[in-house]
Design a protein around this ligand. Structure first.
Ligand code: CU
Length: 181
């Protein structure tokens, strides 16, 4: 009898584990939970774009962003793209001062302050970008002066998505909006 019961109980345990992980994913959905419950779940439905392998040559929107010289500012404040399209974003750090590193982090609506804080907490070793943060749609690396980084992501659903530089102290003057239609 024991030899028959054992495999059955393994199946029961596996099934309950599956149910448990399914529940975890649901709780991590961005709009449903007000902040705090999210960090446990990795890439949920919130940020599939950053995990998806996309071909830059298939991009239907090409965004060019740079810094306004040495200023702690981007040279553009707004972009408009279409929901679901593949977007290529090129960011150039035009600064000549060696201390002026910048990044571009695109966030879910209303999450820019949370992402900014998490970025600062994540530290210089992470380029001031919180790893696998559920409220980040896409981001460049931390770009040194004179350097460029290009990212490809899929435009999320229609809405307004802030982009900002999470280098400590920069987001007050380095931010803009991506409008998805
Ligand atoms: Cu910056």
């Amino acid at each position: 009898m024991k030899k028959i019961l054992t495999p059955v109980s393994i199946i029961v345990v596996s099934a309950s584990l599956l149910v448990a992980s399914a529940c975890t994913k649901k709780e991590a959905a961005p709009e449903s939970a007000p902040a705090t419950t999210a960090p446990a779940a990795p890439a949920s439905a919130a940020a599939p774009a950053s995990k998806e392998a996309l071909d830059a040559s298939k991009a239907t929107a090409s965004l060019e962003l740079a810094t306004d010289g040495d200023a702690i500012a981007y040279d553009k404040k707004e972009f408009t793209i279409k929901a679901g399209e593949i977007v290529k974003l090129t960011f150039k750090n035009n600064s000549t001062s060696s201390a002026m590193q910048h990044n571009v982090v695109i966030t879910l609506p209303g999450k820019e302050s949370e992402v900014d804080q998490a970025g600062i907490t994540s530290g210089a070793e992470n380029g001031w970008i919180p790893k696998d943060h559920p409220s980040i749609i896409a981001h460049t690396k931390l770009v040194d002066p004179g350097q460029t980084d290009t990212i490809v992501f899929r435009a999320p659903a229609a809405g307004k998505y802030a982009f900002l530089c999470t280098y400590p102290g920069h987001s007050a003057s380095m931010r803009g909006m991506i409008i998805v239609k």
